[in-house]
Design a protein around this ligand. Structure first.
Ligand code: PHB
Length: 366
């Protein structure tokens, strides 16, 4: 066990720079769906308190945030496409900055992980192909099975990319420090990458190059708004979350990195193994993958302090992303630094709304 003095000196707790960005430390708060926005996807006042309490993170990645009405897959998740949403987020980013924190906006399109009840005019949700996911989604009538999607037409892709650009522009107006393009966990961009959900015959389907095309086009389009150094991406190469499966994941995602190596992104964020579960799930060489990437590499999935310290000791990641520990411990960095005990998470209050289990987890000494 490390003594307090030894712990404090670990570079996990020291500032980290990527491009123009300065993170307080290498302990990153993961994007976490908490369903506390209102029915129109506007951030609510309690979200300001929640994010502000967690500003001690090296940087915060916002909960997944819908880029458009079509992108919505779950009720009460926030959006970043309207003036009202911009104003709501601005209050939050100002507060995080006031506390010396950094906050990125995670740009989300759920694709087929949605229900027609949540879609504009009750239409079918969109995806790469007309293949349903058998996922559970939260609607105003409770949990329902996701609807069978319709395949986006080739000629609709420029409109989809412009929705990402619009959301990225809104995120800038809302005072975020950058954006993370969500291309993991079986949501729209991942549905294009995965050959189990993408059976297209146009330039967005078939080969690895074609299936990676949409994610890469979105990233490049968004860098026009933000500059490369304030844009990041999230991948989950082998995670079966939301029913996707990709053959040849190593080859597929290394192809992705070959292109990203030509850009100077803020970071690449990788969910190792199965989302929220087994890090060793699937056949994937993360060390090789990390070595393949020239930029800043963020590792995620079920990390605890010991594993994070090991990851830094052998330099197999630059940044470590923590999810559930940040839900229950607003002062997670301080607790880790002091080797203090952690609060237990209350699973019943993750998505139920209200302040309980959201802003009332105690700080050390409270
Ligand atoms: C969720 O809302 O359940 C969710 C959102 C984004 C993720 C994973 C899960 O990446």
């Amino acid at each position: 066990m490390n003594s307090k003095e030894q712990l404090e000196q670990k570079d996990l707790f020291l500032p980290f720079e990527t491009g123009p960005l300065k993170f307080k430390n290498r302990i990153i708060m993961a994007p976490l769906t908490r369903s506390r926005a209102d029915e129109d996807g506007n951030p609510t006042p309690m979200m300001k308190e929640y994010y502000s309490q967690r500003a001690g993170a090296g940087m915060i990645i916002s909960e997944a945030t819908n880029i458009s009405k079509e992108a919505v897959g779950y009720m009460k998740t926030p959006g970043i496409w309207s003036e009202e949403q911009i104003l709501g987020w601005k209050i939050i980013t100002d507060e995080v900055h006031q506390k010396g924190g950094t906050i990125f906006c995670q740009l989300w399109h759920c694709g087929r992980i949605s229900h027609s009840d949540l879609q504009p005019d009750g239409d079918a949700p969109v995806s790469a192909s007309e293949i349903g996911a058998d996922a559970d989604v939260f609607t105003s009538d409770g949990m329902k099975k996701s609807s069978t999607p319709r395949a986006l037409k080739t000629e609709e892709i420029p409109r989809l990319i412009s929705d990402y650009v619009h959301a990225a522009t809104c995120a800038k107006k809302a005072g975020f420090d950058g954006v993370e393009v969500h291309s993991a966990n079986g949501y729209l961009l991942h549905q294009f990458i995965s050959d189990s959900s993408n059976k297209r015959e146009d330039q967005y389907g078939g080969s690895i190059e074609n299936r990676c095309r949409l994610t890469l086009e979105v990233i490049k389009a968004v860098t026009k708004v933000w500059g490369e150094e304030r844009v990041a991406v999230r991948f989950g190469p082998v995670s079966p979350f939301n029913g996707v499966e990709t053959s040849e994941p190593q080859k597929t995602y290394e192809y992705m990195l070959d292109t990203l190596n030509e850009l100077s992104l803020a970071y690449v964020h990788v969910i190792e193994g199965k989302t929220g579960g087994d890090r060793d799930y699937g056949d994937f060489d993360y060390k090789k993958f990390r070595d393949h990437y020239k930029g800043t590499y963020m590792a995620n999935n079920n990390y605890d302090l010991d594993l994070a310290l090991k990851k830094r000791e052998n330099n197999t990641a630059d940044l470590i992303c923590f999810g559930r520990p940040f839900i229950a411990n607003p002062d997670l960095v301080e607790r880790y630094k002091k080797g203090a005990d952690l609060n237990e998470i209350d699973s019943d209050t993750l998505y139920q709304g209200g302040k309980k289990g959201y802003t009332d987890y105690p700080f050390l000494g409270e």
